[in-house]
Design a protein around this ligand. Structure first.
Ligand code: AMP
Length: 283
């Protein structure tokens, strides 16, 4: 496994592999790797000759009030985990390498960046789209693997790849959860013991919503009320949003039909958790 911290060095290696006709599976992350990230690496390993992992805590996707400074950084542990997954290359750029002084260029995906998390984290998806554009330009992979855990991010990046003609395939992989249903996240380690005990309510509420919809309930307002009531049973939970939207356009719907994304964002103290399920309903 090679750990590369320079852009020309990375480009040279990838170019050599691609020139030999080898495929490169790319998994972009912010590190503090857990089973969710590892599932993406495993999928990339199954499907490609070369597996490339990037680890970069991207400052442009954090608002000044957010957790950039305290975001977990676990370089040593991450390298061990990556090695176990037979990762070939880790791209580990510094902030200065990605955003040298004088940096002025940003990428925005309109409309999709305004809803759900975008409404509560202004500028977040501009940061995400910008860093992924840069990473795709320097890594030129065959397939990019993203998690459904960050459903809005995955849908927005899939749009960006099509809109900007990036020659890469995007694969969205399932959410990996703890035994009690909590979606794995690098941010779960911020939770206090009490908050951690209450946090599985997100998935419990989403599952209840899915059951309701599968049972024939097609009124979004009713399903939203159920999710909200369930989450509110946990005293530490502060709901940011409960949303049912079209899974392609992310626009709100009133009745359930087609592919529906049911998404929630809930704060436990300063820790913000997100989760979702995607529902396919034949009307
Ligand atoms: P992050 O390091 O949080 O930016 O995540 C890097 C990638 O891992 C993103 O595509 C995430 O959606 C994905 N990911 C994070 N958590 C999970 C999870 N629990 N299950 C599956 N994928 C995940």
């Amino acid at each position: 496994m090679r750990v590369i911290k320079s852009i020309p060095a990375l480009q040279k290696i990838i170019f050599t592999y691609r020139a030999k006709g080898m495929t490169v599976g790319f998994v972009p992350t912010m590190g503090a790797l857990h089973e969710g990230h590892l599932s993406l690496l495993q999928k990339a390993r199954q499907e490609n000759d070369i597996v490339l992992l990037s680890i970069f805590v991207n400052p442009t996707q954090f608002a000044p009030s957010e957790d950039l400074a305290r975001y977990p950084r676990e370089e040593k542990k991450d390298k061990l985990l990556a090695k176990k997954e037979n990762v070939d290359i880790i791209f580990y750029p510094t902030e200065k390498l990605m955003y040298p002084s004088g940096y002025l260029t940003y990428v925005m995906v309109e409309v999709l960046d305004q809803v759900l998390c975008g409404a509560y984290r202004p500028g977040h998806f501009r940061g995400v789209a910008t860093v992924v554009t840069k990473l795709l330009n320097v890594t030129t992979p065959t397939i990019m693997y993203l998690g459904q855990k960050d459903a809005q991010q995955a849908i927005l990046l899939r749009r960006m790849v099509v809109d900007l003609n990036f020659p890469v395939k995007v694969k969205i992989c399932p959410i990996i959860r703890e035994i009690d249903g909590l979606a794995m996240s690098s941010r779960n380690q911020y939770l206090t013991t009490t908050q951690r005990l209450q946090a599985p309510v997100l998935y419990q509420a989403l599952k209840a919503a899915r059951q309701l919809a599968r049972g024939g309930q097609c009124q979004v307002a009713t399903i939203k009320r159920k999710i909200t009531a369930m989450i509110k049973t946990q005293p530490a939970a502060r709901i940011e949003y409960v949303a049912l939207v079209d899974a392609q356009t992310l626009q709100p719907i009133n009745t359930i039909s087609g592919e529906v994304l049911i998404a929630v964002a809930v704060k436990f103290g300063r820790t913000r958790l997100i989760d979702n399920v995607i529902l396919s309903v034949n009307s």
